[in-house]
Design a protein around this ligand. Sequence first.
Ligand SMILES: C[S@@+](CC[C@H](N)C(=O)[O-])C[C@H]1O[C@@H](n2cnc3c(N)ncnc32)[C@H](O)[C@@H]1O
Length: 451
Amino acid sequence: MQLPEAFVQKYTKLLKDEAPAFFQALNGEPTRGFRVNPLKNKIQPTDHDTTDPVPYCQFGYYGAVSGKTIDHQSGLIYSQEPSAMYVGEVAHPKPGDRVLDLCAAPGGKTTHLASYMDQAGLLVSNEINRKRAGILAENVERFGLQNTIVTNESPNSLEKHFPEFFDVVVVDAPCSGEGMFRKDHEAVQYWTLEYPLSCASRQRKILKSALSMLRPGGRLIYSTCTFAPEEDEQNMAWLLQEYSDLKLLPIKKYPGMTDGRPEWADGNSELTKTLRIFPHQMRGEGHFIAQLQKQVTDSEIKEPKPQKSNVTRPQRQDWHKVADQLLSIKIDDSRLLAFGDHLYAMPAGLPDLTKLQVTRPGVNLGVFKKNRFEPALPLALAFQPKDFQNPVSITETQWADYVHGDTFTISEIANGWHVLTCHKLTIGFGKVVNGVVKNFYPKKLRFSVNK
Ligand SMILES: C[S@@+](CC[C@H](N)C(=O)[O-])C[C@H]1O[C@@H](n2cnc3c(N)ncnc32)[C@H](O)[C@@H]1O
C-alpha cells in the first residue's frame, strides 16, 4: 500500500522512533475478529473457531467470519475488528439502562452494547444515513434485540426528542478512518492533510448534541478508528475546555494499549486517561477511546411521555390468532405498535415516537395481510426455541434449502406456523401444510450454500 507522503511526514514527526514500526504494521494484513452473541442462550458457534479469544472482550475472538453459515444467519456471531471491541467493553451498560448509540451503522457497537443489557432497558440505535440505517436494522434483527429501536435522524434533530435522557451515550464518530487503511485500501485515496480537521469540526457538532442527551451523572464514550490527534486528543481537550461539568474517567489498559498523548493536544495531563490502540503495538487495526462523565446536578429532568400502543381490535385479534398457537411466552398487548402494515413489540419504557424518523420501533412481529397475520423473521430471531410452542428442529441440509428459499418436506408435524431451529438456534418460520414446509425466508436475504 502506498501511503500519502504528507501522512508519512505527519506521523514520522508525531511518533518519532516508533514511526517505522507503525508504517510497517500498516502494510501488514488486517486483523479479523468476531463476537459471540450471549443473548442466544449461551450457545457456542459450530462453524467458527473460538480457541483464540480477544483478551479484553468477554465475547470476542480472533478469526474471519463466514457469512453463509448457521452461526451468522441465526445472529450467533457478529464480525468485528478486534480493537473496535474495546469500545463496547468500556461502555458496558447494565440491564435497565437507557443507552444511545448515536452513529450506529452498521451495528458493531449496538450489538455489542445490547450484549450486556440482557434485553432489558432501552437502546436507541441511531444512524443519519437512511440506507445505512436499513443495514443497521437488519443487523439488529439478526442479533435478536428486543430492547432496541433504530432511528434515522441527524444528532441535531435527535437531541430535541431526548433531553438529558440517556445513562450512556456512545459516539463512534465518522472520522478520517486511518485505522481502516489496511482493510480498505481505498480509504487511503480520500486522505488529505486537511481531512482530519474537517472531520474534527463535524465531530464537535455531534458531541454537542450527544452531551445534551446525556443525563447528569451519565457517561459519554467517544471513539474513532483514526490516529489523527485533531479528532482524538484535541477534540477531548476541546470538550474539557468547553464543558466544565465534564470529566474524563480512567479506562483500564490491557497490554499493548497506551495512554492518549497530552502533548498532541493542549498538554492537559488528564488526557492520559484516554486510550489508544496502535496496530504496531497489538493485534488490531487501531482505535482511540475516551470515557467522560457529566457532573450530577439536582436539577429536575422532565420524563417524556411514553409511547402508547395504537393497535385496533381487529389487528389485535389477527395477531393473537397466530401468536397464541406459535408462542409459549406472552408479549403484553400494551407493547404492540402498528407501524405501516407491520406490527412491532416496543421495548418497555419507550418514549413517544411522534415526529421521529424511526426505521424500527422494536421487534418486527410480522405483517397484516388481508384478514390474517404473517409472522416475520425478526420475531423468530429475537426469542429462544423454548419461547415457542412446538419448535421444529431441522437438519443442516434442510437449513440450506430454507435459506435458499426452497420448500422441503418434514414428517409428523402439525399443520400451521412453526419456528424452525438448527443447532438449537431459531432460524426463521415455516408454514407446514401436510408435511411440506412452505418457505417464508425473506427474498432479499436468501443465499446458496454448498451442501
Ligand atoms: C464509524 S461509523 C459507525 C460504526 C458503527 N458504530 C459500528 O460499530 O458498526 C460512523 C457513522 O457515522 C455516520 N455519520 C456520518 N456523518 C454523520 C453526522 N454528521 N452525524 C452523525 N453520524 C454521522 C456514518 O454514516 C457512519 O455510519
